[in-house]
Each structure stands twice: as structure tokens, then as C-alpha cells.
Design a protein around this ligand. Structure first.
Ligand code: ADP
Ligand code: ASP
Ligand code: MG
Length: 433
């Protein structure tokens, strides 16, 4: 039985309203009779709205936080009233319990750690959507067991970026899931969330539901995993940013890791490793055109690719130099890496010269400031913000030239298959009349 299990992941876009959820139901009808673990994200942009709740609460404004929470509850209620001719009482009760428990938490003083409070609040989005979708599937005759992902996915207590404890997670999945799949064909669970050994909720990082699906796939030795998206598959670049993109039919795990690591947002970068470790094929498919083949990510996809572009925004370039013109020596680099680790900087590119060291990082929260404060003890730093990191795999001169247009290049790095540039937008100058 285990060999036949498929894992499906439906993201926010595929669950944004009642029609979208009905469409998910129609897709799943085609798989009736098969064993499927379905992982869902929060509906639409709920996670962003919950982040606002967490921020208001943390800024000492529980009234605004409660108001925003009530709006999220209201949107969920609108969706369920549209979805069900008669809303199951148990669904209304589950949603009320979930919202009330967060509302009560908002009455307490914030914890010492923002990331902890964030996870306890923001995880609500997936819990809500999973109850709604499970109830809907049962209503349309697809027998589905709802599973709390926190009973399966165990993490350390790095809130907002929980690290999976694989042996514990594997043991729980293997103990609990096969029996449930024997009982009913479908399991429906949440992406993005996990649990610590002290029984607190963690999240796995924004957009982490793809990763959750890969964790379930790994633990169940799934036959395949599919992520259902609003695009036909993996494209040569983000269609929201570029014209004339084309679909890639087959992609190797290695290529998929390279592209997603540098910002191809269609797959969460952590998704690939668990799948690669067990040679589980990944299908990236369209929920708008569910019969189309999409993109297949496997081991043996060949290595001839067109140029592919990934853009990562909100980048900061930190230039670090020694105060006295001495060389950047090994012991300096060791110190800098220690600061990178403690401030959880996510580094996308680095380069050094004799007397300076440049790092390009995701500009998240106040991490850059905290890093610079530590580094300034022994070095000088300067920071450029609002930059973009453009990564071109399998680059050609033509594509690179077109990427450079209208940009100032702050830093560039080339490897045989990859060209990266950190750029700043410059307005195009025009001569005055
Ligand atoms: P989900 O609904 O699962 O959260 P996402 O919005 O995270 O889905 O991912 C799908 C989006 O990823 C697409 O709408 C597209 O704009 C973006 N995207 C970025 N890079 C690519 C790429 N190379 N190929 C396809 N889509 C991409
Ligand atoms: N809901 C979470 C987010 O928006 C996780 C996900 O969608 O993958 O980041
Ligand atoms: Mg997403």
C-alpha cells in the first residue's frame, strides 16, 4: 500500500475562494480510489494577514490585532457559506475554537521572543484551511481523514524556521499514517507547521508547504509528489516579471535546487532534497489545466537547458573591510562566518578582495543591522539596500545583456553554468527639451 501513496500539495492560490476549493475537489475526484496525502496551505493571502495580526499584537496594539483576526474569521465564514448549502456544525465549531484560542492569546502579554508568538498566531491559517477543505471533500463523497501535521512533523525550537527532526518525524508518520490510509483513501493535513518536543507550534519558513509535502513524501516512500500551481509548470523565469517565458518539461533535482535556491519561487528550495534522497518524482502541475503534463523533476532529466532566470528581491549588499588596510585573513573570515550564523543571515553570494569582503543577503527584519553591529567591533561596514539578485543559469550573452538594461551592476560573479549579478534600478535619463 505504501508504495502507491501519492502526495499532493495545494497552495494558497489554489484555495483562494470557494470556486477555487471546488476546483480542487474536481481535481481530486479524478483520483478517487487512490491513496493520497493532501497537504494544504493557508487560503489566498491569509498568512500575510496573520502576519499583520502578529505585528499589531507585538507592537502592543491587541485591539487592532483582534480586529484583523476577526476580519480573517469573517473571510473564512464567507467562503464556507458559499461552499456548503448547509455548513457542517462540526466545521463551524472547529473554526470557532481555533479563532477563540488565538483571540485569548492576544489578551496575554507578548512573549519575550517575537518568533515564538509569530508561529503560535500565523499557524492558524493552515489549520483553518485544512478543516474547511477536509469537510468539503467529505461532503462531496471523498472520504478523508483530517490529520494535525503537528502530530507528525517534529522540529527543534527555531521558531519561524523550524529544523525538522527526521528520526522522530519518520517514526510518527510510519506509526500513524498507513492505518489512516487503510481506513480512508485520503488524508488531509497542513503544510508549513510543525511541533517542538515541548508541544509548541513552529513554522518551517514562509512558503514552506511545498517542503512539508516533501517531508510526508519522504516518510511514506511516496510514489510521486505533485504541487498544483497557477502556472503550467516550471518556466524559464517568473511570468509575473518576464515575457516570452517557456515551460521546461523535465528538470533534474540538481537543476531544480540551483534555480529555487536563488529565488525561482515556484518551488520552495528545501523541497528537493528529501525527494532526491528517495528518488521520488516531483510533478509541478497546473490546477487550471490539471490534465496537462506540467514539469517532471527527477534524477535523469538530461542536462541541456535553455537560459533560466531567477530574481531575488530585497537584497542587501554588505561591504566589510579591515580598518587598517590589512588583508582579510582566514581568522577574519572565521569571525565573519560566526556572526553570519548567530544573526541567521541568509547569504546568496559572497566575494572577497585583498582588503574587503562582500556578502549579498536577504534583507529580513533587522538581521543586517544586528550583523553589522557585531562586525563593526573589528571591521568597517557599509550597506546598500533595495537591490535585486539576478541569477542566470545556462547563460547566453543575449540574455545577460537584456537583464542588464536599466540597471547598475553592483557585483557580479560567474561560474561555468551560472552568472549572478546584484543590481540596482536606475531611472533612464532623458535629455530635457
Ligand atoms: P502556491 O500557490 O503554491 O503558494 P506560489 O505562488 O508560491 O504558489 O508559486 C507559484 C508562482 O511562482 C507563480 O505564480 C509564478 O509567478 C512564480 N514563479 C517564480 N518563478 C517561476 C518559474 N521559474 N516558473 C514558474 N513560476 C514561477
Ligand atoms: N501559508 C504559508 C505562507 O504563505 C506557507 C505556504 O503557503 O507555503 O508562507
Ligand atoms: Mg506559496
Amino acid at each position: 500500500m505504501l508504495q502507491q501513496t501519492k502526495v499532493f500539495k495545494f497552495g494558497g492560490a489554489s484555495l483562494r475562494d470557494a470556486d477555487a476549493i471546488r476546483n480542487v475537489g474536481t481535481i481530486l475526484q479524478k483520483f478517487a480510489g487512490q491513496k493520497i496525502v493532501i497537504v494544504v496551505s493557508a487560503m489566498g493571502k491569509t498568512t500575510n494577514a496573520l502576519e499583520e495580526v502578529a505585528n499589531s499584537y507585538w507592537q502592543g496594539d491587541p485591539d487592532t490585532a483582534k480586529k484583523k483576526l476577526a476580519e480573517i474569521h469573517e473571510s473564512a465564514t464567507v467562503i464556507i457559506n458559499e461552499l456548503f448549502a448547509q455548513v457542517p456544525e462540526s466545521l463551524t465549531a472547529s473554526l470557532n475554537d481555533l479563532f477563540v484560542s488565538v483571540e485569548w492569546a492576544l489578551d496575554e502579554a507578548p512573549n519575550e521572543e517575537y518568533d515564538f508568538d509569530y508561529d503560535q498566531i500565523v499557524s492558524l491559517g493552515e489549520l483553518v484551511s485544512s478543516h474547511i477543505v477536509a469537510a468539503y471533500l467529505n461532503r462531496i463523497g471523498l472520504a478523508t481523514n483530517w490529520v494535525d501535521a503537528r502530530d507528525i512533523i517534529q522540529t527543534d525550537n527555531t521558531y519561524r524556521e523550524g529544523w525538522v527532526k527526521w528520526p522522530e518525524t519518520l517514526a510518527r508518520a510510519q506509526q500513524q499514517l498507513p492505518g489512516l490510509l487503510d481506513e480512508k483513501d485520503f488524508i488531509l493535513t497542513q503544510g508549513f507547521i510543525g511541533n517542538t518536543s515541548e508541544n509548541y507550534t513552529t513554522t518551517l519558513g514562509r512558503e514552506g508547504s511545498d517542503y512539508s509535502a516533501a517531508i510526508f513524501s519522504y516518510c511514506l516512500d511516496a510514489e510521486s509528489m505533485s504541487i498544483w500551481k497557477d502556472v503550467p509548470g516550471v518556466l524559464t523565469a517568473d511570468p509575473r516579471l518576464f515575457e516570452n517565458v517557456s515551460k521546461i518539461d523535465r528538470l533534474s533535482y540538481k537543476e531544480a535546487i540551483e534555480m529555487t535556491y536563488y529565488g525561482a519561487k515556484v518551488i520552495h528550495p528545501k523541497t528537493i532534497k528529501p525527494l532526491q534522497n528517495k528518488s521520488i518524482p516531483l510533478h509541478v502541475r497546473s490546477f487550471i489545466d490539471p490534465d496537462a503534463p506540467g514539469t517532471l523533476v527527477t534524477d535523469d532529466a538530461g542536462d541541456a537547458y535553455p537560459p533560466m532566470v531567477a530574481v531575488e528581491k530585497e537584497q542587501a549588499l554588505i561591504n566589510i573591510s579591515t580598518r587598517d588596510f590589512s588583508f582579510v585573513a582566514e581568522h577574519h573570515i572565521k569571525e565573519l562566518f560566526e556572526h553570519i550564523t548567530t544573526t541567521r543571515l541568509q547569504v546568496n553570494m559572497m566575494q572577497n578582495t585583498a582588503i574587503s569582503f562582500n556578502v549579498v543577503v536577504n534583507d529580513i527584519d533587522d538581521r543586517v543591522e544586528r550583523f553589522c553591529t557585531l562586525v563593526n567591533e573589528h571591521f568597517k561596514t557599509s550597506v546598500d539596500r533595495d537591490l535585486e539578485l539576478i541569477t542566470v543559469r545556462h547563460y547566453t550573452t543575449e540574455v545577460v545583456e537584456s537583464m542588464r538594461r536599466g540597471k547598475v551592476n553592483m557585483l557580479e560573479g560567474r561560474l561555468p553554468l551560472t552568472l549572478q549579478m546584484v543590481v540596482k534600478d536606475v531611472p533612464v535619463m532623458r535629455r530635457k527639451e
